[in-house]
Design a protein. Sequence first.
Lengths: 197, 197, 197, 197
Amino acid sequence: MGKSRLEAFSDGVIAIIITIMVLELKAPKEADLNALSALLPAFLSYLLSFVYLGIYWNNHHHMLHSVQHVGGGILWANLHLLFWLSLVPFVTAWMGENHFAAAPTAVYGLVMLLAAIAYLILQRAIIARQGRDSLLAEAVGRDFKGKLSPALYIIAIATTTITPRIAWVIYVAVALIWLIPDRRIERTLAVRTERAE
Amino acid sequence: MGKSRLEAFSDGVIAIIITIMVLELKAPKEADLNALSALLPAFLSYLLSFVYLGIYWNNHHHMLHSVQHVGGGILWANLHLLFWLSLVPFVTAWMGENHFAAAPTAVYGLVMLLAAIAYLILQRAIIARQGRDSLLAEAVGRDFKGKLSPALYIIAIATTTITPRIAWVIYVAVALIWLIPDRRIERTLAVRTERAE
Amino acid sequence: MGKSRLEAFSDGVIAIIITIMVLELKAPKEADLNALSALLPAFLSYLLSFVYLGIYWNNHHHMLHSVQHVGGGILWANLHLLFWLSLVPFVTAWMGENHFAAAPTAVYGLVMLLAAIAYLILQRAIIARQGRDSLLAEAVGRDFKGKLSPALYIIAIATTTITPRIAWVIYVAVALIWLIPDRRIERTLAVRTERAE
Amino acid sequence: MGKSRLEAFSDGVIAIIITIMVLELKAPKEADLNALSALLPAFLSYLLSFVYLGIYWNNHHHMLHSVQHVGGGILWANLHLLFWLSLVPFVTAWMGENHFAAAPTAVYGLVMLLAAIAYLILQRAIIARQGRDSLLAEAVGRDFKGKLSPALYIIAIATTTITPRIAWVIYVAVALIWLIPDRRIERTLAVRTERAE
């Protein structure tokens, strides 16, 4: 299977996930601003998930950029990632509607943790096919962010038994860490080009 | 009509089906884990259908790979398949919300049976256009899985009059059978290449 | 703007319309087949609209095939068509849930009539740009089906004041008329090729 | 990242937004035309937003046409625009269901204002990458409409404290201003071609 169809399908699914999430923001019956301000937690929850999905879309891109051919392993690793991402609208709505209570906040982190692990598995599947010397293998060699995020999610989930507040801070922090674009692949590419000259 | 537009449309429809299914997973009003565990049947139903649709997307690909030109017959055979697949979110929700009761489990199998038959019709339509000597014709010649699945669905549906449990096992089994990637076309292609040498 | 992006956008919108319609088929609370048979009118309404949208997707294709460049006129004529098609899920649900009562049946026909007119306007916009001697102009010269459909919709709407039954027959008949693939453009193309030889 | 994937993703998101909006038009329980006429405000709200999103899709196109390469800045500026556009179905439903009351009308304008600002930021990000001498920079040099729209939205929002009526007129007026296709880029291109000769 060509890479382009895998990219197109993944883009389609992420585009739909990011957009149908807004359907969970139900228009209030009342026409005053108080009714709207009651939706603030749901809105913040939506904003957080929108940023996360934007990051996944962006990084998914960078990662697939170095792929040439797609086999069954990569295909199913990719569907596995999309499965966890498809649950984002559900946990976003549950967390938002319950004003970031402990249990929904923990489950939000769990889905994010499973998506992050699925992302790492996909990365491994691509490297396994391309070989340890590949561009991607070198680029993710010291993938600090990729390993830090799951650890942070685990801390976030654990601390919700005391208070959900720490988890809120962690989720925002992880989003900010990733918002800085992932230039590792470009950098490695640049280094290689220099060496070649 | 070009093949690429048929592929893009099919991919789009499958991507939307796979994603809107999650809208049937309604976020519970309560913020505790008990409320979430009540959703477990709906979640399992969603997981099963996600895997089925992933399999259809994957196999649809392999099948269309050998197609060069798309006529009215193939186009409508394809829309016929998409019609039954579009009913998957409905039967998934009905089966999940009713905790895999007998009637929804039977209807789930019926929609899967009709989708499987629609898939076989599409296969025939492609072979009819390409000729009996075509790559696809040879590859599906002993299409064991393609013929086994409808038979298994019929058994599943029939047994729901006694208990839905056998059907559950069959649905999971069919999914597992298909998860093994369909290498028939590639294999035939490999054999042909060898012969040609 | 390139034709391919207009096609991709139109395909996307039609794929979404055809798929979200199924969200109007609400899974019943009860787990028995009686509950399902109560949904039969909604299902038939869905089936009819699925076929109509499949026909629009198919014909939209054939029509755009002869287009080379897309200007503002064609772009907005196309959005105008998509606007009426986007109302199909609404009228489908209203007609289905009310068991094909007179008023919803009439409004269903009205939306179909407006979509058919929008299709004719788009056809004119394309011919206006390509010139009267173009392939499309010649092909639609005696566009019998394109002119018959609006007339049939008007009759259907008018007769709902007496009974909705005639409209039901007409809607099915129009769908069947169009299911026969539109080979006019191909035929004209074939004739031209012969003449050129 | 290639421009085509950014375009495809944006097109996908806009196609989904424009289509799921119709899900807010709930089919009435009653089967008479009175029930339908009660939906007139929701329909008008939908129509207005459909036109706005059509305009954004069209202009987004023209703007990206002059882009060659997409960096992180442009990517996130684009996601920022899509974020505000994704809220359009929410404000459309809220305004429509409350019959264009003052508060929803103001919030509708606010989302439109923030989308318009996001559009200007995206324009800046593209020009910043391409240089002040670029085709786009020249074309938007005297971007009258781009600067007028936010000013009009601010006036609309402010006047809703007295009456929502002025805002309604402004929203329709802004849509009409933009419906006239944006030929600035083409014109500049034409002028440049002349100069070069």
